[in-house]
Write a protein that binds this ligand. Structure first.
Ligand SMILES: [Zn+2]
Ligand SMILES: [Zn+2]
Length: 164
């Protein structure tokens, strides 16, 4: 989940995906359309397996094979609609890159929670480092690993008398 607000986009993800596929000599098949719709139905971080199970739960009979999902994820990434943002359990986690502001993630090693944040001073620092090296940044992926506030809490609540 996230507190960031989506950016308005003029062109739908389906149209953007169709345009990308055309440049690759491919079509937006029914399967690919089902996948892109499912992916853009909500801004949640997800991995390939979670997407496969979401697609399997569909009741409209539009089933998509696992290998099609994996291929489509790579295509959605290449087209700039999705980006891989983290690897909490050695799995790539994806999120929308289209219609969503640039941000970074704190990743809990215990529960896998992803906390999104935007910090301008971080972006300024990266721009400065890039400029010093004559480097032009196209994207970055910052993974900060640790333990979230929830997982830092002691498992058993200490009784008040213990603290006196
Ligand atoms: Zn946690
Ligand atoms: Zn995110």
């Amino acid at each position: 989940m996230s507190d960031l607000t989506a950016v308005d986009v003029a062109v739908s993800p389906e149209t953007k995906f169709r345009e990308y596929l055309m440049t690759q000599g491919m079509r937006l098949t029914t399967e690919r359309e089902t996948i892109v719709r499912e992916v853009f139905a909500s801004h949640e971080h997800f991995d390939a397996d979670q997407l496969v199970s979401r697609l399997n739960q569909r009741t409209d009979g539009k089933r998509v094979s696992r290998s099609t999902v994996y291929r489509a994820l790579a295509q959605l990434k290449d087209s700039g609609l999705l980006r891989a943002v983290a690897r909490p359990n050695d799995r790539e986690v994806y999120e929308h890159d289209y219609g969503y502001p640039q941000h970074d993630h704190l990743i809990c090693k215990e529960c896998g929670d992803l906390i999104e944040f935007v910090d301008d001073s971080l972006n300024e620092m990266l721009s400065r480092v890039a400029a010093q090296n004559g480097f032009r940044i196209s994207a970055h992926r910052l993974e900060v690993y640790g333990k979230c506030a929830n997982c830092c809490r002691p498992k058993r609540r200490q009784r008040k008398t213990d603290m006196i």
